[in-house]
Write a protein that binds this ligand. Sequence first.
Ligand code: ADP
Length: 403
Amino acid sequence: MRTVTSPDYLNCRFAKEVEEQLNNAGDLFFQAIANADGVPYQFIFGTGNEEGYYINVGYGIKQLLGVTPSEFTEPFFVRLIEEINPVSDDIPKARSESRERIIKGEIQKYKAEILVNTPDGVKKWIKDSAIPVTDDKTGRVTGLLGIFNDITEHKQTLIQLDKALERASESDRLKTAFLNNLPHEIRTPLNAIVGFSTLLGEPGQDMNDRMEFSDIITHSSDHLLEIVDDVLEISKIEAKIVRVIRKEVNLNQMFQRVYDRFKPLANEKNIILRYDTPIDEREIIIISDSYKIFQSLTNIIGNAIKFTKAGKVEFGFCIKEGKIEFYISDTGIGIAQEHQPNIFKPFYQAESSSTKRPEGTGLGLSIAKAYIELLGGRIWFKSEPGEGSVFYFTIPNERRLTI
Ligand code: ADP
């Protein structure tokens, strides 16, 4: 324990006794720090860097860095340090520079957060708070009196909070961009519906024109409905009020329905559309949420056709590792590497300045992902720009119990 030098006014016959009491108080003070989960220490500057001595180090150092107080030396500590973040601008990052300025009396309070890699490979954040100790006789700074605190948990919470904030502001930015664009997204099909309905009612239009107008009206209404449905659905997903309704689902029949729905669109674009169901099992009946599987499939296949100019779109499923694995492959434009981490985010659309943005809300994949995860599965993809994409998703292979 550091010896407390008696001030002059204590130079009386009780001085020794008072000094002892003060030293005991110092011990108690160290104990109080240890009790607050801090590790107290004293440090005496040596003649150069890494030549200092740690003394009176609290026993908590064992839990903090895996060494006993007597094993804790400056070279050992310096070797563990990966990063020093001073808590104020007047404290230098480099340990050697801090040492010099503390000795010169330029730093009265040293505070820094230090990232260490402990001997057993665990990374820890330590807060080092110290004040200089001055020799009463010479007035020179001879060392430090400090406390190490383990702030790893606190740091991790802050890092997670930062990430969550970043995600929230990113999703907020996307949502704002979408909302700004929404009037345009809604007005385009609405204008088409109003305009072509008026034309339809005008005399003198021949049958072919009328058929064409009617097609445009149907397409625009579908698109408008899709926008409204997607926005309503994503709000329900975000509010966590979407429920899973489990009943028997015949996958082969579902695939036929999906195929029938997209075949006219594929024909229109001259794209081959094919599907494949496992031949060894003619009827696959699982217990799951039929609407959510159907919707996920149609969102992904809809994209596959939308982003493919020529070639084919194929979809199918197989039973793999006890799960049902679906695939949807296309020979379309693919997804550039920089967009790949983002395409499941709500409202995200990988726009390219060279191509006209196809119709869409940027919600299809996020809805599919939310549905698939609600069903207990996962979704992923592989994509090569200019070559095409393959989307995969799984759901549990849950069958009806046969007694
Ligand atoms: P959108 O309504 O724009 O289709 P999605 O959430 O379904 O929204 O898809 C997000 C983005 O991912 C799309 O805008 C597109 O850039 C990209 N994308 C999705 N599927 C494909 C695909 N098969 N080929 C190329 N790009 C795709």
